[in-house]
Design a protein around this ligand. Structure first.
Ligand code: ZN
Length: 175
């Protein structure tokens, strides 16, 4: 069990297309465990493998008070509806924006043991699944914004990122 360091936008491998999960077993179990540990440590709702530096088509999510869920090689089979809602991302902490997403999805994926499942997701859960699935294609939420908003948010992020890196450097040198 380990909390991993989260990769900040736009560092590697966030913008790469992640590779399919082909081998299920102890090594993948460890990665899934680390994803949950990291998700909980940062009090997030969803976390994708590329965000901890593993370029694999894998993400985990857990709604507050909900069941932990793991999605390997997810595929969105159907989607409908459209709604704007606030999103943030652990790879761009402290940045939030309104993002337009489908409100109903049908998804197929494999769980942590490789077992295939299909499910329907609505509203907030559908939003999280779309956000995390985007991570596997190297897409982060700023890329879902109109050009002007994206530039604003990325400018905001550039400042926050510098601040975060400075805070981390300071923490490292603290006695
Ligand atoms: Zn994210």
């Amino acid at each position: 069990m380990a909390v991993r360091r989260i990769v900040y936008y736009p560092d590697e491998p966030l913008k790469a297309k992640a590779k399919p999960v082909e081998v299920f077993g102890p090594k993948l179990d460890r990665l899934v465990e680390d994803l949950f540990d990291t998700l909980h440590a940062y009090e997030g709702v969803g976390l994708a493998a590329p965000q901890v530096g593993a370029s694999k088509r894998l993400f985990v999510l857990q709604e507050p008070g909900g069941e932990p869920m793991c999605f390997a090689n997810p595929e969105i089979l159907e989607q409908e509806g459209r709604e704007e809602g606030e999103e943030g991302c652990l790879s761009l902490p402290r940045i939030y924006a309104q993002v337009s997403r489908a409100t109903r999805l049908k998804v197929r994926a494999q769980d942590a043991s490789g077992e295939e499942f299909e499910m329907e997701a609505l509203d907030f859960l559908a939003r999280v699944i779309q956000h995390e699935s985007d991570h596997l294609d190297g897409i982060l939420f700023p890329e879902r914004l109109d050009l002007i908003t994206r530039q604003e948010k990325l400018q905001e992020w550039a400042e926050v990122r510098e601040q975060l890196l400075a805070e981390e450097a300071e923490a490292k040198h603290a006695p």
